[in-house]
Design a binder for this molecule. Structure first.
Ligand code: ZN
Length: 304
């Protein structure tokens, strides 16, 4: 019902990281978001392959009692709603009561079960407010086969990689036909979804300080170079992209980073850096944007 898209904050963070120096905290955040996204997408695929008779909502961000919480995957069955928190952790961890620790670094990590319990409780309250009487069951899913958790009690609502297939097959046996009230609830939840994440980190950046060029949309770690007359190529991963598509992509990135800077041929020419003529930029801009005449300072606005 709702497919997962790249986390909202990931695109600008990737872009900022590639164009200027960022703190280690931002580096880590990008890494965590990327890894989490890969894991969640993989889990979506597993669910999809089962063709369960249930409604699936991915990546739901809600607010109940003034508190935000995120649900990686939510499945609506006939009588029950399953909530999933998906983790792509790697390596050895140990759990001691409420404390989770990485064995290699010795560092304590945020207890993912507390996060899950909190989401579940808030979600129950939301259902109550909506007058719904579904039972809620939540699960913490670890999907990386390279993950191991020492001292985990079998009572914890955890699904380990080696248990996932069995768990999913069991889910399939629970699926049964849904009626109008299920669809209505799903629709209601989707309408409550919050698009802008309040969790995002906001690094400092400015147009002047950023390195200019067209970032590769595949590896995000290199600037594209001229390959031939119509295409650009990335020296880092070797991919090729049509010039016009690459420029369009780069303009969108610019708009997302600088919603307050007016789009002009000169600005985009400077931003893309690799395109030799302003004429090409003007041509591409005029395809998707309207030229707003304003004396000597004309600019472009996205055509809706
Ligand atoms: Zn690349």
């Amino acid at each position: 019902m709702k497919t997962r898209t790249l986390p909202n904050e990931l695109t600008p963070l990737r872009s900022i990281r590639a164009r200027q120096k960022v703190t280690e905290k931002i580096e880590n955040q990008v890494h965590i978001l990327e890894k989490g996204f890969i894991g969640e997408t993989w889990f979506d695929q597993q669910l999809e392959n089962l063709s369960l008779d249930c409604l699936i909502i991915n990546d739901l961000l809600l607010e109940t009692n003034n508190t935000h919480y995120q649900i990686d995957s939510l499945l609506i069955f006939r009588r029950k709603i399953h909530l999933f928190e998906v983790k792509n952790y790697e390596g050895d961890y140990v759990v001691n009561g409420d404390r989770w620790q990485s064995l290699s670094s010795g560092k304590e990590i945020k207890n993912p079960l507390l996060q899950l319990t909190r989401s579940e409780s808030l979600f129950r309250q939301l259902l109550q407010q909506l007058g719904s009487n579904f039972t809620v069951e939540s699960h913490l899913v670890f999907i990386n086969p390279e993950f191991y958790l020492y001292q985990a009690s079998p009572n914890l609502p955890i699904i380990f990689p080696s248990q996932l297939t069995r768990f999913l097959n069991n889910l399939r046996s629970q699926s049964s036909s849904l009626v109008e009230k299920h669809h209505a609830l799903a629709k209601k939840l989707l309408s409550l979804h919050i698009k802008k994440s309040p969790f995002s980190l906001q690094p400092q950046y400015s147009f002047g300080e950023m390195e200019k060029g067209i970032l590769c949309g595949l590896c995000w770690s290199g600037f594209m170079k001229c390959g031939n007359q119509h295409k650009l190529t990335c020296p880092n991963c070797g991919c090729w992209e049509d010039k016009e598509l690459a420029v369009t992509r780069s303009i969108e990135e610019f708009e997302q980073l600088f919603p307050n800077i007016k789009i002009t041929v000169s600005t985009i020419f400077e931003w893309c850096n690799v395109i030799k003529s302003k004429k090409t930029i003007r041509k591409i801009l005029s395809k998707n944007y309207n030229l707003i005449q304003s004396g000597r300072s004309s600019y472009y606005e996205r055509r809706n």
